[in-house]
Design a protein around this ligand. Structure first.
Ligand SMILES: C[S@@+](CC[C@H](N)C(=O)[O-])C[C@H]1O[C@@H](n2cnc3c(N)ncnc32)[C@H](O)[C@@H]1O
Length: 205
């Protein structure tokens, strides 16, 4: 049972336009609501696992669904210097810019194929996948941007994992699109709501 009506409304929404509207309205108070009230912290264990795999602190990193920049800040605090933030919501990107941890920021929609003028050494995506959109099906848009031997470290909301049948769907997506899924780890995610997370580790090809 999700206590917060805000979180419930985010999880219940089912179109990209709904997501865009929710985050437009939430940008101003997102950090306070998620950090203080919900105990959002999934970006922390995700960043720690990322660091175990991405040794080069100058690696060119895509923070996909960077939001206000909590995920980028977690990487920056570990010493990463080349972080590029992308998000659906222009209002969240305005907040991300204020963090000063990103080398570039731009809008993207992960449900569509992504046009970037470079490949990435590593991809980090926190708090974006679970209920969707975007769905498991869209992970291939991210892994397509990875250099060979690069890593994509992607969280999945543990409540969404169960309710949306991620285990089977992920198996199907990995098989259909020949993705290189190396590991699925359990992580702490939204502490005050007792929601755990999954961490997916993909390797490029
Ligand atoms: C829960 S926030 C996570 C933000 C940040 N990564 C963090 O760790 O706090 C989810 C973010 O995903 C973005 N998002 C939702 N749907 C998206 C899509 N289809 N494409 C790109 N970003 C999307 C939202 O705008 C929002 O900023």
């Amino acid at each position: 049972m999700v206590k917060s009506s805000k979180l419930k409304s985010v999880y219940d929404k089912s179109t990209v336009e709904d997501q865009r509207r929710i985050y437009r309205e939430w940008a101003e108070t997102y950090d306070n609501d998620t950090l203080q009230d919900f105990g959002w912290m999934g970006f922390q264990p995700a960043a720690e696992e990322f660091e175990k795999r991405v040794a080069d602190k100058n690696a060119v990193i895509l923070d996909a669904g960077c939001g206000t920049g909590l995920s980028g800040k977690a990487l920056f605090e570990l010493g990463y210097t080349e972080i590029h933030g992308r998000d659906l919501s222009p209002e969240m990107l305005v907040k991300a810019r204020e963090t000063n941890v990103y080398q570039s920021l731009a809008e993207i929609d992960l449900t569509q194929s992504i046009n970037e003028d470079r490949d990435y050494h590593a991809i980090f995506s926190c708090g974006v996948f679970g209920f969707g959109p975007p769905f498991a099906e869209h992970i291939r848009h991210l892994t397509a941007l990875l250099k060979p031997d690069g890593y994509a470290v992607i969280t999945v909301n543990g409540k969404g994992w169960i309710e949306k049948g991620w285990e089977n769907e992920l198996t199907r997506v990995v098989r259909t699109h020949d993705l290189n899924l190396e590991e699925v780890l359990d992580i702490k995610y939204i502490e005050n709501e007792n929601i755990d997370g999954k961490l997916l580790i993909f390797k490029g090809k």
